[in-house]
Design a protein around this ligand. Structure first.
Ligand SMILES: Cc1cc2nc3c(=O)[nH]c(=O)nc-3n(C[C@H](O)[C@H](O)[C@H](O)COP(=O)(O)OP(=O)(O)OC[C@H]3O[C@@H](n4cnc5c(N)ncnc54)[C@H](O)[C@@H]3O)c2cc1C
Length: 454
């Protein structure tokens, strides 16, 4: 059948919009709503049959605190944004995948009705992130059926209502891992064990308790999956204790690899936009290095909760409106670099000292458990900002509020995010610009210790 999209493609017609959003998850949807509010003609491309992104199939509560100021289940949260976007008149294109860019810089999409070319004054990439699958984790052994990620597990269980298995192992012990445990248990799948290579669980005890319910499940810490066995279906998993090197086998028919987030950066890379580690490089207003291209949501910080992504989408919309109005694109700026033990930092570039990042915070992650110590922002040996942390947990969101008074010299080279371990020292030593947060920390510590410092 010849469809309008086929005809348009043959006739070389390019669809024109002011703003084009790729990805109909919380970030893309929230951005589309804010853009419509500002009177912008906006089209949204989504490869799935329905809007909402990951929350559509994450059937537990815990969504919407920061953006909607109430707590919803994943599907209710997704439906809330999808309904608002439809009502607001966002030009929505489902089952449409953004696949490439033409030589003229047009976005190329493919859908059941054909190939389409899009010209937009501004493009927002909000393609989200995914969990690292077994192949990327280099787990040896057989390659039987029954090996999933949380995302696949929840799609099978909640969207397609397919059987999962009878006895599972969950690899990972961060927030999302306990979401996987909850899905398995609520679908009648026994959980043989939760396994993490870290020395402790990285989630809250409450989340763990909620996921485990009445079940007393073994949590193996400092443990690796060293082999999967089974011909057609998983039969067992071999585990190894990192400390003792002891190995043992756990019978199961399902393995769920959780967390280990990878941004969905493929489309960003085909254009390409400059990268900062695994994320497209963006400044505090979510501008990439390519004029007219913005990125938001878990594509730029894999992975934060949905409400943080939605607020990022709104922030990007403000930035897009600013660009559509004034056409300005900053060309000077300072890179923001994450030095070990930080894995990444968002934003990854600071282009102006006036503009604030989403929620006035930078976001980061650490490789391993740390604490106590001080997170510092350092430029040319000058400490611009410092905050004390009692403890940092890997695979858990770390956010640092930036003071409005933060002064970055855009001509003085990169700004580094550093970790200085150790107890808090008296003010005025090497924290040249102590933050309000740090000052409060200092006062609290002084009160706690009486008149003296250690
Ligand atoms: C199991 C699980 C449990 C979670 N629990 C919670 C929770 O309790 N509370 C909470 O706040 N957060 C939770 N999260 C995190 C939350 O779901 C994510 O933070 C949020 O969905 C990210 O939003 P996003 O818009 O950046 O990306 P996504 O939701 O991933 O949306 C990206 C969208 O882009 C589309 N897309 C990608 N590439 C293309 C392309 N080339 N063309 C067209 N479309 C494309 C995808 O189909 C998808 O719909 C959970 C996540 C998981 C996996």
């Amino acid at each position: 059948m010849i469809t309008p999209a086929h005809r348009a493609h043959r006739a070389g017609i390019v669809r024109q919009v002011d703003a084009l959003i790729v990805g109909g998850g919380p970030a893309g949807l929230a951005a589309s709503l804010a853009l419509r509010d500002a009177g912008v003609h906006v089209a949204l491309i989504e490869r799935e049959r329905s809007l909402g992104g990951i929350p559509r199939h994450s059937r537990h509560t815990g969504y919407g605190v920061r953006d909607l100021h109430r707590v919803l289940s994943g599907p209710a949260y997704a439906a809330h944004y999808a309904t608002l976007a439809e009502r607001a008149g966002v030009d929505i294109h489902l089952t449409t995948t953004a696949t490439d860019w033409s030589a003229e810089g047009h976005l190329i999409t493919t859908s059941p009705s054909g190939v389409q070319h899009w010209a937009a004054k501004a493009v927002l990439l909000a393609t989200g992130c995914r969990e690292r699958p077994r192949s990327a984790r280099l787990v040896p052994g057989d390659r039987p059926a029954g090996v999933l990620t949380t995302g696949t597990l929840q799609q099978l269980a909640h969207l397609f209502h397919l059987p999962i298995g009878e006895r599972a192992i969950v690899v990972g012990a961060e927030h999302v891992s306990f979401s996987a445990v909850h899905t398995l248990l609520s679908h009648g799948v026994a959980v043989a064990a939760v396994v993490t290579d870290q020395p402790a669980s990285q989630s809250y005890a409450l989340l763990r308790a909620l996921a485990f319910g009445r079940h007393r499940l073994p949590l193996y810490v400092s443990t690796d999956v060293v082999a999967i066995s089974g011909s057609e279906r998983v039969r067992a998993v071999e585990l190894e204790d990192r400390r003792s090197r002891a190995r043992w086998s756990v019978p199961c028919d399902t393995v769920v690899f959780t967390g280990g987030w990878v941004p969905d950066y493929e489309l960003a890379r085909t254009r390409p936009v400059a990268m900062a580690g695994p994320h497209p490089r963006v400044d505090q207003w979510l501008r990439t290095a390519r004029p007219g291209f913005f990125a938001a949501g878990n594509l730029v910080h894999a992975a934060e909760p949905a409400d943080v992504c939605a607020l990022g989408g709104r922030h990007a919309a403000r930035s897009i409106v600013q660009y559509l109005t004034y056409g300005e694109w900053p060309d000077d700026g300072a890179e923001l670099l994450a030095s070990d033990p930080f894995v990444w930092v968002h934003p990854s570039r600071l282009t102006s000292t006036r503009e604030r990042p989403t929620r006035g915070r930078l976001l980061t992650r650490v490789r391993h458990f740390l604490g106590p110590g001080v997170i510092e922002l350092v430029q040319a040996d000058r400490v611009l900002h410092a905050v004390r942390r009692h403890r940092l947990v890997p695979n858990r969101s770390i956010s640092v509020a930036l003071p409005a008074s933060l002064r970055v010299d855009l001509a003085a080279g990169p700004v580094e995010l550093r970790w200085r371990p150790g107890a808090l020292r008296p003010p005025g030593n090497d924290l040249s610009v102590p933050s309000p947060v740090l000052q409060v920390g200092v006062q609290r510590e002084r009160r706690r210790q009486g008149n003296g410092w250690p």
